[in-house]
Design a protein around this ligand. Structure first.
Ligand code: ADP
Ligand code: ZN
Length: 293
């Protein structure tokens, strides 16, 4: 084989998507592995890539876009580990180092949402922008941030889903740590707990969507005021409700209340947008981590 391929994994709380790309970023193959226990899931991941090696594919680099929290401090002895997570079995899993040793590759690791933000900034809805936020509203509620082409890690890494917001009377959030954070109010899981049915079954005129747009609108307002992003890209399963984006932009507008001086011919509809890469932001994110390195 003339060229090395690139391995890319989107490691999620529900599923691991494992893929191999050629050096022009064409997808060569892809598989889905359920996230069960680390031993079970990772042995299937290794089997997938070892089988590809047997077929003659070669790859030296693996991009790993993972659910967290992660240790992303390169000088830490536990760099690339999942740290303390409420997800059963996965606390303190040495994810990156295990893959690195078992597959004899260099692993490039970041959070799933930082990686998605990087892919969107390189190839998607954030192309040409200095400050790009990517939000997933799915099982959880998380955000990644790219500034001038670099994902932001800092102290730990951003945990935007735990931003606290003003909650209407009578509504209770479901985060075990905060009664009033965005994840506890607006993730798909929290919506299910608040309304007793999953988000995909809530009718478009259900009051759930007014609360959702209000909470996510406050969140977007806070992001606009702290980070000055040119794009806030909203992805994840809950955003598949096609009417929701417009409702969120309208609520954000209401919270901003005319304060921001936007460039001429730019409105919040140009800033708060859907992913340019569709549902591929996470996997392309893993690829982007390798390309970036
Ligand atoms: P994950 O976060 O595990 O990667 P998803 O982004 O698909 O997966 O998020 C799953 C959550 O999104 C669930 O809570 C589900 O209720 C919700 N969801 C999935 N599809 C839809 C849909 N079409 N409309 C509204 N909510 C959805
Ligand atoms: Zn919280």
């Amino acid at each position: 084989m003339a060229f090395n391929s690139i391995a890319a994994i989107e490691a999620g709380g529900t599923k691991f998507i494992c893929a191999l790309f050629d050096n022009k970023h064409n997808l060569l193959c892809k598989t889905r592995i359920d996230t069960t226990t680390p031993a079970n899931t990772l042995s299937q991941v290794l089997a997938f890539y070892n089988d590809l090696k047997q077929q003659g594919y070669t790859f030296d680099h693996l991009g790993l876009a993972s659910f967290g929290p992660l240790d992303l401090n390169p000088s830490s002895p536990t760099f690339g580990n999942i740290t303390k997570t409420p997800k059963p079995h996965w606390s303190d899993t040495p994810l990156a180092s295990h893959l690195e040793e078992a597959l004899e590759v260099t692993v490039h690791v970041d959070t799933d949402v930082n990686a998605a933000a990087l892919a969107e900034a390189k190839w998607g809805a954030g192309k040409g922008c200095d400050v790009v936020v990517y939000i997933t509203i799915g099982t959880g509620f998380g955000g990644g941030l790219v500034v001038n082409g670099q994902t932001v890690k800092g102290l730990v890494h951003p945990e935007m889903g735990h931003m606290r917001v003003k909650v209407p009377m009578g509504v209770k959030g479901h985060c075990p740590f905060h009664a009033d954070c965005v994840e506890g109010l607006a993730s798909g899981t929290s919506m299910q707990k608040i309304w007793g049915q999953s988000a995909q079954h809530l009718a478009p005129d259900h009051e759930a969507w007014d609360l959702q747009a209000n909470i996510v609108g406050q969140f977007c307002h806070n992001l606009l005021m702290t980070l000055s992003p040119q794009r806030i890209i909203l992805g994840g399963g809950v955003m598949q409700q096609s009417f929701l984006l417009k409702k969120i932009v309208e609520q954000t507008n209401k919270h901003v209340n005319g304060y921001l001086s936007l460039p001429e011919n730019v409105s919040l509809h140009d800033i708060i947008v859907e992913p340019g890469l569709g549902t591929e932001s996470g996997l392309k994110g893993a690829l982007a981590l390798v390309e970036h390195a």
